[in-house]
Design a protein around this ligand. Structure first.
Ligand code: SRM
Ligand code: SF4
Length: 635
């Protein structure tokens, strides 16, 4: 029996950000006033509201000098459901990053692009240019629904994939902020040319149901206060976990009938990875199965879930304001019952699903209609030109010549599609000439790794991440060689703080910034990202990487089951066993411990990189040769 929603409890006190949202006049102020001022940066209050427009105020932390003004700059993030980037938008972003940014583009872990390094005086030009080129940054950050993810594979002959992309677009439309502030501030009121919204979405927006819609003309779903915190969704298909669905606030799984027609969706809710060191009220959580919904009801169910979090999410403690805490505090049954009150009917039982797989879609594939698609690996998502590696130039040349649509992936890579088979050789030749490695040549540790940006742009970073991971992966590969696991690979992810932007808690080996030169080590997640990892070491100095990991790898080699992955193994044997073995472990060879510094400034790393370029060899090949030469000296 479903009742109408009870009145949400009004929090006696709310956080400062709630007041800012209320006074912002639907996200207009103080941004509208301060953008006109000739200053290098916004006030703190305006910077909070600016996030809803897709921009973060940052400073280059490498340039901080005590007593001097910070080197202020802005990060802009695009919002493109399912990672879709038309060729025209890509070329515009490429040009904007050259003219106004730091000459790089960064593919994010939620299928968006970021430009870093924009000055305040150029922010309006850059946003306006993005919108005029079919893009948007509205709602890419802030307390509302973020970029909606979907599998990036552009299959044309798989109806389920087509539905996943279509519904990701529609849910993004449903939950887009309606305020006119964005166009008033950045385009002087000029309206963007966008595709007509889906009529079912328009109808859903007008249907009040049982309290899901506010009587607020400007923001019918969000109302004056928007959401208590960020909100994240994805739509995927059975078996495809290219979107890390268990980390999402809401994940929908497309279910089709035998004829391939859409029937409805399985629904998961309550995932989230952000946490704070030493704050026990914050923790990582994977999404729970909530139930099944028919396709006709999916928008109403999404509205009901959003309304539940909107009205009952914690508006006082922002650390505790994500929907995962509501699920944790209430339990699934109570959460489901509250959602049903808004939904107006019972949610149907969850339908069984096959096992999920992690898929990265790198390399050449048929897209199902005679055309091809190509997945290109972007190390840590950074599209740049550096020495003989000219990925940015290659993509520009390809887009100028072939105007291919693009889909960004949730693992910071990209897919070019609609490729005429006659153009395959020419496209591959551009990539080869520009030093972009084919997926088969990439070290598998690199292929399955991710790092967040961290220093120098992220204001919350405690340690290096993007700049440190390449040298750390080299060291791990060398260690695997040493213990006789030369071809082994597993998912490694690193973040510069516990917020978890590169989803390290779903990696088999996760590094989480703990103090300037130390990381927490998380182990035991499933290789298909369906189980969380757990903290194995709280504070590992990066110098101790080899001494920490070597016993684990040796024990893994000796005791793993056939084809058991590192994450599954650590989970199965348990951390007590691993710790016991590590405590008594004597390295077979007494390899001298070397001092390592974190990041691109690591002298050993820079030397190796220069040698690799000079000899035209991958860095791993040089490391392997050096290890083999060293081992020979011991024989
Ligand atoms: Fe994130 C904050 C970068 C995906 C959890 N994230 C930030 C900020 C904006 C730092 C800040 O608040 O000042 C980072 C900007 C760094 C920079 O210099 O660019 C930042 N987050 C990123 C990106 C670019 C990382 C990347 O390697 O690609 C990702 C952008 C995705 C996008 O296109 O929208 C990114 N962030 C994530 C994810 C992964 C995901 O969404 O799938 C998470 C964990 C999942 C989750 O939300 O539970 C994530 N970011 C956070 C949090 C912790 C939120 C929480 O629940 O406590 C923060 C801090 C905050 O919100 O207070 C944060
Ligand atoms: Fe910044 Fe932390 Fe996110 Fe890395 S994980 S980008 S350091 S907030």
């Amino acid at each position: 029996m479903v009742t109408t929603p009870s009145q949400p409890i009004t929090a006696p006190r709310v956080s400062k950000v709630e007041g800012l949202k209320e006074r912002s006049r639907a996200l207009r102020e103080p941004v509208a006033t301060e953008i006109l001022q000739d200053t290098t940066h916004f006030s703190e209050d305006a910077a909070q509201i600016l996030k809803f427009h897709g921009s973060y105020q940052q400073d280059n932390r490498d340039n901080r000098i005590k007593g001097q003004e910070k080197d202020y700059q802005f990060m802009l993030r695009t919002r493109n459901p399912g990672g879709f980037i038309p060729a025209q938008l890509y070329l515009a972003l490429d040009q904007l990053s050259e003219t106004y940014g730091n000459h790089t583009l960064r593919a994010t872990t939620r299928q968006g692009f970021q430009i870093h390094g924009i000055l305040k005086r150029n922010l309006k030009t850059v946003i306006a240019e993005i919108v005029r080129n079919m893009g948007s940054t509205l709602g890419a950050c802030g307390d509302l629904n973020r970029n909606v993810m979907a599998p990036p594979a552009p299959y044309k002959n798989r109806q389920d994939y087509c539905y996943a992309r279509e519904y990701a677009d529609n849910i993004a439309d449903l939950l887009t902020p309606r305020t006119g502030a964005y166009y008033e501030i950045w385009l002087d009121g000029e309206k963007a040319i966008t595709a007509e919204p889906n009529p079912e979405v328009v109808a859903a927006l007008q249907r009040n149901g049982t309290g899901t819609i506010f009587h607020d003309k400007e923001e019918p779903i969000y109302g004056t206060y928007y959401m208590p915190r960020k909100f994240k969704c994805c739509v995927t298909v059975p078996g495809d976990n290219s979107v890390d669905l268990f980390s999402q606030d809401v994940a929908l799984v497309v279910l089709t009938n035998a004829a391939g027609e859409l029937e409805g969706f399985d629904v998961y809710a309550g995932g989230g990875l952000g946490r704070t060191h030493n704050k026990e009220e914050t923790f990582v959580r994977i999404a729970d199965p909530i139930g099944y919904v028919d396709k006709a009801d999916v928008y109403d169910l999404m509205k009901a879930i959003v309304a539940t979090q909107r009205d009952y999410g914690d508006r006082f403690n922002r650390r505790h304001a994500r929907m995962k805490y509501l699920l944790h505090d209430w339990g699934v049954e109570k959460f489901r019952a509250k959602v049903e009150e808004y939904f107006g009917k019972p949610i149907q039982p969850f339908r069984p699903l096959p096992e999920f797989q992690y898929l990265d879609y790198l390399g050449w594939h048929e897209q199902g209609d005679g055309k091809l698609f190509l997945g290109i690996s972007i190390e840590n998502g950074r599209i740049k030109d550096e020495g003989s590696f000219q990925l940015k130039t290659a993509l520009r040349e390809i887009e100028q010549k072939f105007a291919l649509p693009m889909r960004l992936t949730a693992s910071q890579n990209l897919i070019l599609y609609e490729i005429d088979p006659a153009d395959q050789v020419a496209i591959q030749a551009i990539l080869d000439r520009c030093g972009v490695q084919r997926e088969t040549a990439i070290d598998t540790l690199v292929r399955y790794s991710m790092a967040c940006p961290a220093l120098p742009t992220c204001g919350l970073a405690i340690t290096e991440s993007e700049r440190a991971l390449p040298s750390i992966l080299e060291r791990i590969r060398a260690l695997l060689m040493k213990v006789g696991l030369k071809d082994e690979h597993f998912v490694i992810r690193m973040t510069g703080c516990p917020n978890g932007c590169a989803r390290p808690y779903l990696a088999e080996l996760g590094f989480v910034g703990q103090s300037p030169s130390a990381y927490q080590l998380w182990l035991g997640a499933a290789p298909n990202q369906t189980r969380l990892s757990r903290p194995y070491i709280d504070n590992m100095e990066i110098d101790d990487l080899e001494t920490t990991l070597e016993p684990l790898f040796v024990y893994f080699k000796k005791n793993r089951k056939k084809r058991e992955s590192f994450g599954d193994f650590c989970d199965r044997v348990g951390f007590d066993t691993l710790r016991q073995f590590a405590a008594t472990y004597e390295p077979a060879t007494t390899a001298k411990r070397t001092r390592h510094r974190v990041g691109v400034y690591d002298p050993a790393y820079s030397k190796l990189k220069a040698a690799a370029e000079q000899h035209g060899k991958p860095m791993t090949a040089l490391v392997n040769e050096a290890i083999e030469a060293y081992l020979k000296t011991l024989e």
